[in-house]
Ligand binder design. Structure first.
Ligand code: 13P
Ligand code: SF4
Length: 306
């Protein structure tokens, strides 16, 4: 996009953002132009917190569907608009209420913990929510004698099992984008950059997580680097993450573990679509009130633990 054209777009967005009393929230994986224009950029937990406390009347949510739904559930009086409603999360769709009810029937005494990457209907059937930033903490807060079902991410669940020592009943969900990162990619990058430290997202396959130096959520990556002496890092997560890392640490070097880790859903949002969202206020996210109240309990329990 030409700089004049994007300059015009940015001016129009800024004007309408004021007129509409809107706030723009963006996930760390969004394209650079979207991150640059956002009022707040963060991980799933940070975005939930920002959505819960905003005074704006309209939330333009640049992420994927379950995140916008979570924002709506936490702040129902606000209009939550997605620039592109087609931005879904395949992992969130890997478990349905029907699947979960069947799993609960097999383990009637189990507590259910669900990763925030899940639909509102699924959250409504669970006891606790968690994000990749707080999953071990949530699990450790649960009574030691209770069985725990953990859905839908089996790789995050595997990592949490290893960190906490708790056995979890896992579901077969996964993130197709993170699954593209292979242990061989890490080995190859390490050969190329022997001084580099590897930071992996817990959505990566266990073989990648095992050989990483650090395992962190996206915002956890941003924080961890501050306290490390290393100058070079191999980043095993969605490639959009490279942008906020480079912005915050211009004197360090970041290499993507794999260029294939590119989430097509996260990349659907553009400046044009943000402007359109502000103009039209279409593509509003709604959640039926009974579902919202049930799902909110699991989200609020997470927030009270963390
Ligand atoms: P976090 O930003 O919470 O680490 O989550 C990553 C992710 O894949 C969101 O879909
Ligand atoms: Fe879902 Fe994976 Fe994309 Fe995150 S990166 S939105 S988990 S598909």
């Amino acid at each position: 996009m030409g700089s004049k054209m994007s300059g015009d777009l940015i001016r129009k967005i800024n004007k309408l953002r004021n007129n509409r009393n809107a706030v723009i929230l963006a996930h760390n994986y969004q394209i650079p132009e979207v991150q640059d224009i956002a009022d707040f950029v963060g991980d799933s937990l940070g975005l939930s917190r920002a959505a819960a406390k905003t005074d704006a009347e309209v939330i333009i949510f640049c992420g994927v569907h379950f995140m916008a739904e979570t924002a709506k559930m936490l702040n129902p009086a606000k209009r939550v608009i997605m620039p592109d409603r087609n931005a879904g999360c395949p992992m969130a769709n890997m478990i349905t209420p029907r699947h979960l009810k069947a799993l609960k029937a097999e383990h009637p005494d189990a507590l259910v913990v669900c990763y925030i990457n899940s639909t509102a209907e699924v959250k409504a059937l669970t006891d606790y929510c968690c994000t990749s930033a707080n999953a071990p903490k949530v699990i450790e807060a649960l009574p030691i004698n209770r069985e725990i079902i953990f859905i839908p991410d089996r790789y995050l669940g595997d990592w949490v099992t290893k960190v906490t020592g708790r056995q979890l009943i896992l579901w077969e969900g996964y993130c197709p984008t993170h699954r593209r990162i292979l242990p061989d990619n890490i080995k190859e990058r390490r050969r190329e950059h022997p001084q580099a430290k590897v930071i992996a997202h817990p959505e990566c396959v266990p073989e990648v997580v095992e050989i990483a130096d650090y395992v962190q959520s996206t915002s956890g990556m941003l924080k961890t680097i501050e306290n490390l002496d290393a100058r070079e890092f191999i980043i095993a997560t969605e490639i959009g993450m490279l942008y906020p890392l480079k912005q915050r640490y211009p004197d360090r070097v970041f290499y993507p573990a794999s260029d294939l880790a590119d989430c097509p859903n996260m990349k659907l949002n553009t400046l044009e679509k943000i402007l359109w969202a502000l103009e039209e206020l279409q593509q509003e996210i709604t959640v039926p009130e009974d579902i919202r109240l049930m799902a909110l309990k699991s989200i609020e329990r997470m927030i009270s633990i963390t």
